[in-house]
Design a protein around this ligand. Sequence first.
Ligand code: FES
Ligand SMILES: [Fe+2]
Length: 380
Amino acid sequence: MMQGFMSDKDVVDRILGHIENKTTDRGERVWQEPVDNYISAERYESELALFRSLPTPFCPSIALSKPGDYIARPAAGVPLIVVRGQDGMVRAFKNACRHRGSELVAGRGCAGAFVCPYHGWSYGLDGSLLGVPHSDGFPAFEKAANGLAEVTVIEKNGIVFVVQQDPDEGRDQANHMLNGLPAVLKEDQILFDETEVIVEANWKIHLESFLEGYHIKAAHKTTFFPFGYDNLNVIEFCGPHARVTFPFQRIETLRDVAPEDYVVSDKLTYVTHMFPNVILAELSHHYTLGILEPLSINRTKITNYHITKSADQAGQDAALKAARRDMAFVNETGQKEDIAMVTGIQRSLHSKANDVFTFGHFEPAIVHFQQTLSKHLAEL
Ligand code: FES
Ligand SMILES: [Fe+2]
């Protein structure tokens, strides 16, 4: 059964217990993943097909805050336009003109309509074909039947999800798959930055770098480790998704605090993996929604949306300042260290040094990911 993650209080209590007993959450099984699954073109194509069959986060709702706001970006290799209509509803369309397939827009912006740059056909925010210049060149052409090809959208928990399959089934499946995920993104937060990072590695290798804390001491020796612990995490599952909690040492100050007064946000980092390809990180002073879009089998683009936590008593300026400082620290230190590890793995993939990668008892969120991925691919 799908249920949500634990309360902050339960997470804190579990962490304090681990600190006292020098333990951590452990998975039941060790998993061996064939290295071929990171280099097989066939496997890669099936993974992309799987992405298209599932609800995948596309952007936070606040990135499309007013009617006409749009983002054009490929999802699982398919160019999409995701746009908020005059009626407030978010819709998604394939970014392909119905005349001869030209892309209508690129990047993000705010528009009243989409006009094809090639021959000027125009479309409404609801995808309907509005105008065809010199339409007598297309006798018997039915405008009503030639709106943009629509893709299912679900807006939930402050996130816009797209499902690139049959609309009715898509919506049901999406709602089911998204039950229990944390609803932390809200309208009063500020989307204060967007960053794109290209990582020269298979998307799964990069994803796996978020899903365990076993590497904190070795890989983040002078950056994250001095504030944290060696191999100490709480790891939870929610359907195909997972959450890994990374505590900071200052969490120990909560030992003397009554549970109803716990403030946890600056004492731990929650990393939620939204299966298959998205990471929502809840850091001390901001959230990052990171979307991993495979560009090829060995190249991944991460689109990061950086969002403040709700403006606190000190007001928005203070919240923004803290969020920017937080983001700069993560981007300049931990992220670079992780990418160095990840791209190093990618370079060794073809060396035949390993037939399998072994994920041990401290990497259960990766084991869960790999098991879930295999299961979904088998059902595709
Ligand atoms: S391809 Fe768009 S108007 Fe011709
Ligand atoms: Fe890391």
